[in-house]
Design a protein around this ligand. Structure first.
Ligand code: AMP
Ligand code: MG
Length: 411
């Protein structure tokens, strides 16, 4: 058996980003991966501007402004281009409007009083520089706004817009094939015959892949038959990667490994982790030397979902163009307190326990899901994440455990 960390060290560095990139308008890049860094060609904001509706002044005139008030020499709405401030006067100013040259503070209108002669008197204390948003305080000219490999979420696309970029250079979407093997599987919507179960893994994976912005190619159910399995894999050889569910053990009905040996090359392991022991990894040979990476994951619903998230998904993330350090979920683990006992640990494999994070007296506490079987998909719905236990680790209530939420696993 191989330790999970050793396996990840072997396979993750093999992933190389897809090379093709495209330049797309901002409304089409959400979820895509940036192919090159973006530098700011301007300051954001461009000018010092007001953080309040009120009056701009020169602090040197403060005493007079507080005693008898000052006249208002100009009015500066947002979008206007102001004149220099006439000494001894105030400028009426609105949020976002440029600060006139010569002014060094803004007083909010709530702290002023308009006198009968039209002068404005300041009623509160002020500090030099107050309510001025400085040019470049958000983004400075020349600064890297977003690094290569960034996933463009809503905020990141907004940042591109804020520096005036109308298009972004992104990598093309990854193409991933999905194969579910098992002669016992039936498609939802069809009646179950004796001995059949519904195929659920495909729908879990398609959801996880779509959430990553992947273009998914599904083949439906492939029966436990060597030729059918070979044909299925070969027909997906144009993809960047293929993941298959089930048939990866060494039983007579397990055809995934022999099939990959026929249509490509294979490494396979027993990974010292629970759930999810058998795992195959390799390549399917495509046309013109194209490499299609292959992950053969276990069929049990929990094992298959977790092996996808823990092993395959980060690899696919690097193919998408993300830095390895960003996709490695181990850097996102946090500590949380066990609210349960675990007295019979596995003595050969590390364990990922399905747990629910809840707050007890403000303290993040982990409750154990009552069914840790690798076949019960409900346990994934009813837990919030995984506690990672070392080989042989027992748990007492109050112990600090390594925890990762499913959301952070998918980040
Ligand atoms: P296998 O890895 O093929 O030995 O399958 C292990 C267990 O997972 C068996 O009980 C299968 O019936 C179940 N299983 C395999 N594939 C699926 C699937 N696509 N959806 C739901 N359960 C599955
Ligand atoms: Mg099977």
């Amino acid at each position: 058996m191989i330790a999970l960390d050793d396996l990840l060290k072997q396979i993750w560095p093999l992933a190389k980003p897809v090379e093709e990139t495209e330049s797309l308008p901002l409304n089409q890049v959400h979820g895509r991966v940036l192919a090159s860094p973006v530098l700011a060609g301007l300051n954001v904001p461009q000018h010092d501007n007001s953080g309040m509706d009120g009056y701009a002044l020169c602090v040197a005139d403060l005493a007079k402004a507080q005693a008898e008030g000052l006249p208002v020499s100009q009015r500066i709405p947002a979008g206007a281009s102001p004149e220099p401030l006439v000494p001894g006067t105030l400028a009426r100013i609105f949020t976002g409007a440029p600060i006139p040259p010569g002014a060094d503070a803004v007083v909010m209108q709530e702290d002023t009083q308009v006198l009968s002669n039209g002068f404005v008197r300041l009623t509160g204390a002020i500090n030099p520089g107050q309510f001025i948003r400085r040019a470049g305080e958000d983004i400075a000219h020349g600064q890297v706004v977003l690094a290569q490999g960034t996933v463009l979420g809503a905020v990141q696309v907004g940042l591109l817009a804020s520096v005036g970029q109308a298009v972004a250079q992104v990598r093309r979407p990854l193409r991933v094939g999905v194969v579910v093997t098992g002669s016992e599987l039936q498609h939802p919507g069809q009646p179950l015959q004796a001995g059949q179960i519904y195929n659920s893994n495909e729908f879990v994976w398609v959801g996880l892949l779509k959430a990553m912005g992947v273009e998914v190619h599904t083949l439906g159910i492939v029966p436990d038959n060597l030729q059918a399995t070979c044909d299925a894999f070969a027909s997906l050889a144009h993809c960047d990667a293929v993941i298959s569910s089930g048939g990866v053990s060494v039983g007579e009905e397990d055809h995934v490994k022999p099939a990959i040996e026929r249509v490509g090359s294979l490494d396979s392991w027993k990974v010292a982790m629970k759930p999810g022991k058998p795992l195959a990894f390799g390549r399917i040979h495509g046309e013109l030397g194209h490499v299609c990476w292959f992950f053969g994951l276990p069929g049990n619903p929990v094992s298959s979902a977790l092996a996808f998230k823990l092993v395959a998904k980060p690899f696919l993330g690097v193919l998408q163009g993300r830095p390895l350090a960003d996709v490695d979920w181990r850097g996102r683990m946090a500590m949380a307190t066990a609210g349960f006992e675990w007295t019979k640990p596995d003595t050969r494999r590390e364990e990922f326990l399905r747990v629910r994070l809840q707050y007890k007296q403000g303290e993040p506490t982990l409750a154990l899901h009552g069914n840790q079987s690798s076949g019960v998909l409900t346990s994934l719905d009813q837990s919030t994440g995984l506690a990672r236990l070392q080989v042989g680790q027992v748990v007492k209530p109050g112990d600090r455990l390594n925890y990762i939420s499913y959301r952070d696993l998918m980040a």
